[in-house]
Write a protein that binds this ligand. Structure first.
Ligand code: CP3
Length: 370
């Protein structure tokens, strides 16, 4: 496995080497560990009453995201309740879209609405791409503040939406079940779509680098809507974009390991990603056959796989399904325990406890010798 992350780089690297909890970093580097680390996509947020309390103080979601004290507090909340191995900076995948003047608003009951979505190729050329990185200073401040609140306790995950997933919202202007508006645009204007993906890849790489420089140890690219693409489009819009982002990070001498999540990943799609050397970890949803993917790609770390809906069925069901999932996972390759997508609103807190505790109590060595 590639060991770039061990090379001396800067003060940032020293922090990483002195973290009190190195389970995530060790797992991502392919080092042997006692058992799998655990964290959850969207571990902070609406299922926690203490999040709702902070959220109620802000007129809209983006105001919360711009308030450093509030983002630090809500990122720490799940860490107080659960024994997790990573913090994730509190932000959103739509911050870049917001920085491009697309009129982002989170409307109660409808999710994100962009009042000036991209509707023609000309709209793309008019976007203020060169301003984006500076306008996102509040996200780097959120990472810095979280690092100083956490000290060396845990690694921090910095993140960005993937260029395609960002484009879905930027073109459709709102959440859609299958983002037909964005797909129609991509089929009608393939050249302009590629130009948009390329611009967003370049911004995303710089955005992730800035989060690394601010204190993030791990960089996560979230491609929630990659699963609605055909294989050919996935190659162009998801895989090539990720490859460009990872190549830029390497060129900019960023040693942080990169994680990638996409829905509906298959062996064929992971083959499109497997030569990206700083890409260490692939997050998969519950439709993926994790054992066979682990067998095909022994050098990659897999993450996730448990259907977040199971947690709605309560702690006992969660415990059983988690146990079953951990039994399936190949113990000889590395694995990060987590969900196959984000924690859903209204998830019972006892189910999250059941999930985390089940991972902790699972004796990977005993199981290995069975
Ligand atoms: O712990 C964490 O992971 C918190 C940080 C985080 C948020 N969103 C906070 C948030 C992260 C990593 C995200 C990712 C995100 N945001 C994704 C990718 C992961 C996924 O779930 O697919 C997507 C597609 C979004 C876009 C988004 N942000 C939508 C569609 C919405 C509205 C509906 C929803 O799912 O929440 C948001 C708002 C949002 N982002 C909230 C939070 C806590 C809720 C807003 C509120 O409290 O009013």
């Amino acid at each position: 496995m590639n060991t770039d992350s061990k090379q001396p780089h800067s003060n940032r690297q020293e922090v990483q080497e002195h973290l009190e909890n190195n389970l995530m970093i060790d797992t991502l580097a392919g080092r042997a560990t006692e058992g799998p680390p655990v964290w959850l996509m969207r571990q902070a947020g609406r299922y926690l009453p203490e999040y709702q309390e902070i959220r109620a103080k802000f007129p809209d979601f983006m105001s919360l995201c711009r308030n450093t004290d509030a983002t630090t507090e809500v990122a720490l909340q799940p860490l107080r309740r659960f024994n997790l191995d990573a913090a994730i900076v509190f932000s959103d995948i739509l911050t870049i879209a917001d920085s491009l003047d697309l009129g982002l608003n989170f409307v109660k009951g409808s999710g994100p609405i962009l009042s000036h979505p991209i509707s023609s190729p000309k709209d793309i050329t008019n976007l203020p791409f060169s301003e984006a990185i500076e306008r996102l200073e509040y996200v780097y401040d959120a990472v810095k503040s979280l690092r100083s609140a956490l000290g060396k306790r845990l690694p921090i995950i910095g993140f960005s939406g993937s260029p395609w997933t960002q484009s879905c919202y930027m073109i459709s202007g709102r959440s859609e079940a299958l983002f037909h508006t964005a797909k129609r645009f991509a089929y009608t204007h393939p050249v302009a779509t590629t130009a948009l993906i390329n611009e967003l890849s370049s911004i995303t790489a710089q955005y992730l680098l800035k989060q690394y420089q601010a204190g993030a140890d791990i960089l996560f690219v979230i491609d929630t809507w990659g699963g609605i693409l055909s294989d050919t489009q996935f190659q162009s819009y998801s895989a090539n974009a990720l490859s460009d982002i990872c190549a830029s990070l390497k060129r900019m001498k960023c040693p942080a390991p990169v994680m990638f999540f996409s829905k509906g990943l298959t062996e064929k799609r992971i083959r499109m990603l497997k030569n990206i050397t700083n890409l260490r970890c692939i997050g998969v949803d519950w439709t993926a056959n994790i054992e066979s993917l682990q067998a095909c790609f022994p050098d990659l770390v897999f993450q996730g796989n448990l259907d977040p809906s199971i947690l709605h069925a309560g702690p006992i069901a969660t415990q059983q399904h988690t146990h079953y999932m951990l039994n399936k996972v190949n113990k000889n390759t590395h694995y990060i325990a987590g969900l196959g997508h984000g924690v859903l609103p209204e998830t019972p807190i006892e189910s999250v406890h059941a999930f985390v505790d089940q991972v902790r109590h699972y004796n990977i060595k005993d199981n290995n010798s069975n």
